[in-house]
Design a protein around this ligand. Sequence first.
Ligand code: 4AZ
Length: 270
Amino acid sequence: MKHNRKNLVRIGAAVAAGLGAAALALSTTGANAEEAAADGDFDAQIIGGRPAADGQFPWTVALADAADPSFNYCGGQLIEEDVVLTAAHCTEGSAAADVVIRHGDTDIAQTDVYEVAEIVVADGFDGATMVNDWSLIKLAEPITGAETLPLADADTGDWGTLTVAGWGTTESGSMSPDLLYTDVPYVSADDCAGAYGAEFDAATMICAGDLANGGVDSCQGDSGGPLVSADGVLVGIVSWGYGCAEAGNPGVYANVGLLHGDITAALATL
Ligand code: 4AZ
């Protein structure tokens, strides 16, 4: 499966156009399921994941359609009691009134629904290249007492084993009702450039996955969600990749350590 990134962009556009769940289902089962099955790696899809325990990812949220809050299409994380950090491609083209935030349980059906006051998409976000793939969502009211996730404030190089979580596509080819997570090894910028050439932008992106074997990865619907280090800081935001969990095609994430200054500057304007 080569251009999962196009599916992802198409979903963003569908959501923005208010097409909702039907468009997502079509796109996911169409391109992704068929191509993954053809690749013979369909059961590799949070892919390689396990159900999260209560309280394991307490700052995790989902973005959902305000017109149909049962339709969640991206992940995100609380970085303040009233601010979510997610992927720009998850919010581009959406007005605050189009989006709600779901939080408070690993079972998506049990999460509470929160209204959005404002969306700020990263300056310099490019939906064709996924450069600067981050945005901030200010909630209408804080989720008082909610845990927040600290941001990496520098790219320290080798992060070792990282963890990614989300309600996105699983081996069944559909979104997971339960929050899943998996461990993904850090992939160096050199190795990621080897995999993706100039499509990997070392100034704004970071990669993770089992480069040699595949089998563990984020996938469609996990976008915007967290890539966290063993010591509990946000290292990356789920962004794109060719396929999901394929050997040689690691997951690509917005590089929070490198984007930290831009993110905190935008945060100060909310
Ligand atoms: C997506 O389409 C997507 N394997 C997210 C993550 C990855 C690929 C695609 C990484 O939202």
